[in-house]
Design a protein around this ligand. Structure first.
Ligand code: SIN
Length: 535
């Protein structure tokens, strides 16, 4: 490995999606002009890319005349299948209203008619409360506004193509910074020392064969937290979005839940609206219910299932869902007229690095927010359109808390490198990663069994034993992050002997009252007994 360069700044935020940007803004605003700190925001890819950018349907907030935060809270708790933490959910829906109003003040152009905000309905919402922008480009608009705000704050410096490999820890046990491969161009391995870090690395969908997430959603924050042996929570709960485009040669592009909210139907190859056989709420049942019903119907019939968009009509579909219309057209499909072939696909991780209500992790100086974090707000299944809200609310809280907790902490002068970096042993890099996305899909997906999870754990253990580490090559570290995260998913899922929310065990097909509790472990708590995988 090349010699490691060292840089000192005050803070680092890893990730430039909704949670990372909002955390950086809160941190810079809390510090104010007097104590202007140096805040680095690291984006793994170009600044234009983040999981947030791909969010279509919208952001839920109790802002309409027919809604209240109480109704939003009830829907959030109900969707969470008994595991959504009531205090975290209360914070989400109450502060969510302020955070969205603030976003509007900063210039977010949510869709309106006659000057009034338009609210959509999605699965498991009892009221119309989902704001959207550009029809189906809500994430893009939110990133635009947050980026503009962050760029107006002189404390914040952006670094693109900066891939975080690992955290570093001071001799007295604080997070002392991180090691990042800094681009663009040939990447340099840089040790960034600082007073505190916010991890907001986003999604993990690329663990699975089929996912709505972009190629860079490879569980990076979870992987580096695994190697730091931090506590994780709810890692068995991975949400599958019911409707991803499923056409040979096409990416599994998200077909927003709002399509069903506006009237599109899910049908089998005979044209039957079969969801009512599984749940009386049909297309508007919670996401886990709809996704599992579709998966079972595909298994039962051996034929594909479809989103019948004809109830929308072509002109409404074009106007309301311009981006989906355009993508479908690329594959010869007309939104508002055709039946679109769909499949449930990995979409959102409810589990993550365990945090408190302010994003604090078990490692002093390290905070986490957004999809990489878990404070229990979403329980076993996230309510549609609560994820952007989560990033805004808990991102802001993490930035604020980081400032309050560390304003008197000096930037550490000496931070040791993790042991494997001190004497890296040269290992040949395999030509490609093991087929973990297939393993994840087949054994750890919508329907799980003890035997399947054991198979997954055994294969992961074998693959991880020989996978090179540390290696300053992004794709190799991404594969490591994904496999370590998947080993946690499989281990947590193996231990939970019931079905609840997004976690379905064919060998324990019902909810069991004694399991109405969260699981939280450090990798080392279960890593070498249940998981059989280390690094
Ligand atoms: C969608 O538009 O269906 C995705 C929004 C979400 O994941 O909540």
């Amino acid at each position: 490995m090349e010699p490691i360069e060292t840089v000192s700044v005050d803070y680092v935020v890893v990730g430039a999606g909704v949670a990372g940007l909002r955390a950086a803004i809160a941190l810079a605003m809390a510090a104010g002009n007097r104590d202007q700190p140096r805040i680095w925001v690291l984006a793994k890819d170009s600044l234009a890319e983040s999981n947030t950018r791909y969010a279509q349907g919208g952001i839920a907030a109790a802002l309409s005349d027919e809604d209240t935060v109480y109704f939003h809270l009830q829907d959030t708790l109900q969707a969470g299948a008994g595991l959504s933490d009531p205090e975290m959910a209360r914070i989400l829906v109450e502060e969510g209203v302020q955070r969205v109003e603030e976003l509007i003040e900063w210039g977010a152009a949510f869709d309106r008619t006659g000057g009034r905000l338009v609210f959509a309905i999605e699965g498991a919402h009892s009221r119309r409360r989902v704001l959207h922008a550009g029809g189906d480009a809500t994430g893009q608009e939110i990133v635009r506004v947050l980026m503009q705000k962050a760029q107006s704050l002189p404390a914040i410096e952006f670094h693109e193509y900066a891939f975080t490999m690992d955290l570093t820890v001071t001799d007295d046990g604080r997070c002392g910074g991180l090691l990042a491969l800094m681009g663009p161009g040939p990447p340099r391995l840089v040790h960034v020392c600082c007073r505190g870090v916010v991890l907001a690395t986003g999604g993990s969908g690329r663990i699975f064969r089929y996912t709505t997430n972009p190629p860079f959603a490879t569980a990076d924050g979870l992987g580096l937290a695994f190697r730091a042996d931090l506590p994780f929570q709810d890692m068995e709960f991975f949400q599958f979005h019911p409707t991803a485009l499923h056409v040979p040669g096409a990416p599994h592009f998200l077909l927003t839940e709002a399509l069903r909210g506006e009237g599109a139907w899910v049908v089998n190859a005979d044209g039957e609206r079969f969801l009512f056989r599984y749940d009386p709420r049909g297309e508007l049942a919670p996401r886990d219910v709809v996704a599992r019903a579709m998966f079972l119907e595909i298994q039962r019939t051996g034929a594909p299932v479809f989103l019948d968009t004809s109830p929308l009509g072509e002109s409404f579909a074009r106007e309301r869902f311009p981006r989906v219309t355009q993508v479908c057209a690329q594959f010869g499909l007309t939104l508002g007229r055709d039946r679109i072939p769909v499949i449930p696909a990995a979409h959102y991780y409810m589990g993550g690095i365990r945090t408190d209500a302010w994003g604090r992790t078990a490692l002093p100086g390290l905070y986490a927010a957004g999809e990489v974090a878990c404070n229990g707000v979403h329980g076993a299944n996230r309510l549609a359109s609560n994820s952007l809200l989560d990033g805004l609310v808990f991102g802001a809280r993490a930035g604020q808390a980081l400032w309050e907790d560390t304003q008197d902490v000096p930037v550490p002068k000496h931070v040791p490198l993790p042991a494997p970096y001190r004497k890296p042993s040269p290992t040949a890099l395999p030509s490609e990663p093991p087929p973990f996305p297939d393993l994840a899909w087949e054994q750890c997906g919508l329907i799980r069994t003890e035997a399947g999870l054991k198979t997954a754990l055994a294969r992961l253990s074998e693959w991880l034993r020989t996978w090179p580490y540390p290696v300053p090559v992004r794709w190799a570290m991404e594969a490591l992050n994904a496999m370590q995260t998947l080993s946690l998913l499989a281990g947590f899922a193996y231990l939970r002997q019931e079905s609840r929310g997004a976690h379905y065990r064919a060998d324990f097909p019902t909810e069991r009252p004694e399991w109405r509790r969260h699981q939280a472990f450090r990798p080392s708590d279960i890593g070498y007994s249940v998981l059989g995988v280390g690094c």
